[in-house]
Design a protein around this ligand. Sequence first.
Ligand SMILES: [Zn+2]
Length: 75
Amino acid sequence: MNLLSDLEDFVHDHRPHGTLTGDATEPAWNGYLLTVACPCGVVFARWVTLEEADALSLRGAFDWRLTCPVAAWAA
Ligand SMILES: [Zn+2]
């Protein structure tokens, strides 16, 4: 299971529907919940470990909207 490829698939499938909205909870001991909502009603939700977050440079929920690759892809 690869978070980034799953995200890329989601963005590829749903970007034509409109603006994708990414969000993430504040980091907990086991990571945090990453969500990307499409206007069509489908929501991508995945628990992201801190290791995965590091790999994607997503660590830090407060900065996530600025650094999330989804935000760049959806722009
Ligand atoms: Zn969609």
